[in-house]
Design a protein around this ligand. Structure first.
Ligand SMILES: NC(=O)C1=CN([C@@H]2O[C@H](COP(=O)(O)OP(=O)(O)OC[C@H]3O[C@@H](n4cnc5c(N)ncnc54)[C@H](OP(=O)(O)O)[C@@H]3O)[C@@H](O)[C@H]2O)C=CC1
Ligand SMILES: O=CCCC(=O)O
Length: 303
């Protein structure tokens, strides 16, 4: 995600510096100019060395990135990664200060986001959480849906970058609301993917052509882009990762915790989470989340 997002920013005239934990693979990103405006962007995004070939430079640590620029964006795997990059040695906190903004676009829980917000603001910085809907292709095409919450002045200032990265940016109020919205969306998506997988399996095992099921679904009231895009590749056992299954399971887990906090019974999401956990135990975590379909095949044929 970070690579695609960074590439977009480079294409649109941002000057970018990047860093990543695994330098050979990814780097964070920091950019310092936007077209005719002189804005300083400090973007902590995962990108690959290819970005350097496209004009990005490299920051040696998250702290070095923050020191250099005014705005920093993070795109990291999970709450542990998001917290580590802020709080650990050479992390964001070492350099964040008055006049700088930190924007975390990773999908995390509201508590982690609030902890990061408190730490950033206690040092005089401004904080925005801004997780995204949309996967690798929308990221490449600048078609993400951005779910921002936190400092409104920072949201307004970073909008030119969001307008490059996404097709729509929501401002949802206080920190936590962006994280919660993202988890609700992904919980719904994960449950849908499991229902879809069961439908494809049931069609095949009961003697129907699953391809015909895709055609029927696409013409009815539950037609949607996810079934349309993932159905054909699932039938080909192609799970080339757009949204890694391990991250979908992380989002189900975090959404279920949000359900616990609010005393919401979510049996459908809980069952979907079990299927994603099973898929992870089968070694499918780095494949696309649609690989949860394989858990049903593993159950074997009934007599
Ligand atoms: N892929 C998708 O379709 C979408 C993903 N998201 C969310 O965006 C985020 C990123 O997703 P995606 O790009 O797919 O994930 P990837 O697994 O491809 O990338 C995760 C990044 O986080 C870094 N990272 C992990 N742990 C640490 C750590 N402890 N310290 C520093 N860096 C760390 C990894 O670095 P390293 O290279 O060193 O491992 C890597 O650069 C996730 O929160 C995901 O849920 C949101 C919308 C869509
Ligand atoms: O968090 C990942 C979302 C993937 C998508 O919206 O297609």
């Amino acid at each position: 995600m970070g690579k695609a997002m960074s590439m977009n920013l480079l294409r649109h005239g941002f000057k970018v510096t990047v860093w990543n934990r695994t330098l050979s693979k990814f780097v964070f990103l920091l950019c310092t100019a936007l077209l005719s405006q002189y804005l300083e962007w400090n973007l902590e995004i995962c990108v690959c060395d290819e970005l350097v070939k496209h004009g990005a430079s490299i920051g040696e640590t998250p702290a070095a990135v923050v020191q250099k620029c005014k705005y920093t964006i993070a795109m990291l795997s999970d709450p542990a990664a998001a917290l580590s990059v802020v709080f650990d040695k050479d992390g964001v906190l070492e350099q964040i200060c008055n006049g700088k903004g930190y924007i975390d676009m990773s999908t995390v829980d509201a508590d982690s986001s609030s902890k990061i917000c408190e730490a950033i603001t206690s040092r005089g910085g401004r904080f925005l959480e801004a997780p995204v809907s949309g996967s690798k292709k929308p990221a490449e095409d600048g078609q993400l849906v951005i779910l921002a919450a936190g400092d409104k002045s920072l949201f307004d200032e970073i909008l030119p970058a969001f307008d490059v990265l996404g097709k729509k940016s929501f401002f949802l109020g206080e920190v936590g609301n962006g994280a919660k919205m993202k988890l609700v969306v992904n919980m719904t998506m994960g449950s849908m993917m499991n229902a879809f997988s069961e439908g494809l399996t049931l069609a095949g095992r009961s003697g129907l052509n699953p391809q015909t099921l895709l055609d029927v679904l696409d013409l009815g009231a539950i037609a949607n882009p996810m079934f349309k895009m993932k159905g054909p590749t699932m039938l080909q056992n192609n799970y080339s990762p757009a949204f890694p299954l391990k991250h979908q399971q992380k989002d189900m887990r975090l959404a279920l915790a949000l359900g616990d906090e609010n005393a919401i019974s979510m049996p459908v999401a809980a069952a979907a989470n079990e299927a994603f956990k099973k898929a992870r135990s089968m070694g499918l975590g780095d494949l696309d989340f649609s690989a949860v379909f394989e858990t049903l095949k593993a159950d074997g044929h009934s007599s």
